[in-house]
Design a protein around this ligand. Structure first.
Ligand code: 13P
Length: 408
């Protein structure tokens, strides 16, 4: 069960002088390669999914595989939405299993960036999910030449970072000090004085976007000045593309499986190099014993209805499924009817929360309150409602148990 709280994970890296790779994945080969690298080096790792890449894969289809890979890994893993476009993107990402989110409003004026980010922080924290904000602008597009996307770097200032940090409550901050996404022309020049000032001002884990193409010494200086998360994609993409070209030149290029052969091996090799270079290698056990495990909660209600017929009960249940599934932090809503006749509790709701924090935020959410008060409680008689903290198959004991029982 090595899905862990991402805030604990990055705080560990921040306070112990190393950085964790947030590797953007675009296929199952990338997923496999990144996890293999983390297990081989015993490194904590962040599986990162960039919204700009959603045109290349179906996020909803890929997430169960990402979650399965995280849960069966022997090293600590977090799952992160990278460059989310809106509050709605963050809500969707959490409902599909991300336990860290970034919504990027860095192209907006400071006051708008603060306002948009604050809304994401309020929502995500109510789900127990930490948030990465971005201040300043890192130009370019992951995997492409920065020259094809000319945009000016807008450097982060320590003064703005303080205001932004105070007013948004972000858990991690992505800063702009000279990197670009994708391939850069010439050697990147990084402003370490600026980075040092920002770090001294904020004292939270900092994030570097555009992690590809820096020198070993630049990585070392970034980490020494508070960078605990390095976003990395282009070099993985380059390694995969090079392998495809080699496969094309060789006989293996005659079939799809021949073309993509060994992609996971080269992705793993590049990710492994980074894990050693950034000091994450060998940290897995420490992180596992110091970070809270990420554990879902099942909210179970068993009840009967009074004063309405079956058709009205079904309409109320259908409405509830829709309303409740849209509340932030809800992963799934199951409803059911007893197989046996004459049971005291004929119906059930089973609502899956991503985190214990959702027990309270769900209960207080205006959509839940309206549905419960206007549609459910007037017809539901005696009922039992219990929140269960659940464990994955194969886990032998319940840690951090928070079972609470309430009969309403
Ligand atoms: P690179 O593609 O330059 O490695 O940057 C990745 C990134 O910043 C993703 O957010």
């Amino acid at each position: 069960m090595p899905l862990v709280d991402m805030k604990d994970m990055l705080n560990h890296a921040y306070h112990h002088g190393y950085a964790i790779g947030a590797f953007d994945l675009v296929s199952l080969d990338f997923l496999h390669g990144i996890i293999t690298a983390a297990e081989r080096t015993r490194a904590p790792v962040i599986l990162s999914l960039a919204e700009s890449h959603f045109e290349y894969f179906d996020f909803e289809l890929v997430m169960p595989a990402v979650e399965t890979a995280a849960k069966r890994a022997s090293v600590p893993v977090a799952i992160h939405l990278d460059h989310g476009a809106s509050l709605a993107s963050a809500v969707t990402a959490i409902s599909h299993g991300c336990n860290g989110v970034m919504v990027d409003a860095s192209h907006e004026p400071l006051s708008n960036n603060i306002q948009s980010t604050r809304a994401v922080v309020d929502m995500a924290h109510a789900c127990g999910v930490p948030v990465e904000g971005e201040l300043g602008y890192v130009p370019g597009v992951e995997g492409e030449d920065a020259e094809r996307h000319p945009g000016e770097v807008a450097y982060t200032t320590a003064e703005e970072a303080r205001t932004y940090g105070d007013q948004t409550g972000v858990d991690f901050l992505a800063i702009s000090i000279g990197t670009v996404h994708g391939h850069m022309k010439g050697k990147p020049k990084l402003d370490f004085r600026r980075l040092k000032q920002i770090n001294e001002t904020l004292d939270i884990p900092l994030v570097i976007h555009g992690g590809t193409g820096l020198s070993d010494d630049q990585y070392r200086q970034l980490i020494a000045n508070g960078v605990a998360k390095i976003n990395y994609y282009t070099a993985l993409s380059d390694a995969a593309a090079k392998k495809i070209n080699e496969n094309t030149a060789a006989d293996a290029g005659s079939s799809y499986t021949g073309l993509v052969k060994d992609i996971r091996t080269v992705v793993a090799a590049e990710a492994e190099r980074c894990m050693h270079l950034w000091g994450a290698a060998g940290r897995a056990d420490e992180v596992l014993s110091n970070c809270r495990p990420w554990m879902p909660v099942e909210h179970l209600i068993i009840y009967n209805v009074h004063g309405i017929g079956k058709a009205d009960a079904e309409a109320m249940i259908a409405e509830g499924r829709q309303v409740l599934a849209a509340i932030p932090g809800v992963r799934e809503v199951f409803t059911g009817e007893s197989v046996q006749n004459n049971t005291k509790y004929r119906y059930t709701w089973l609502v899956r929360f991503c985190h214990p924090a959702v027990i309270d935020s769900y209960r207080e959410h205006p959509d839940h309150v309206a549905f419960a008060n206007n549609q459910f409680r007037p017809v539901a008689g005696e009922r039992i409602s219990i929140d269960y903290q659940t464990v994955a198959p194969g886990t032998s004991h319940i840690e951090h148990s928070i079972n609470r029982e309430a009969i309403q």
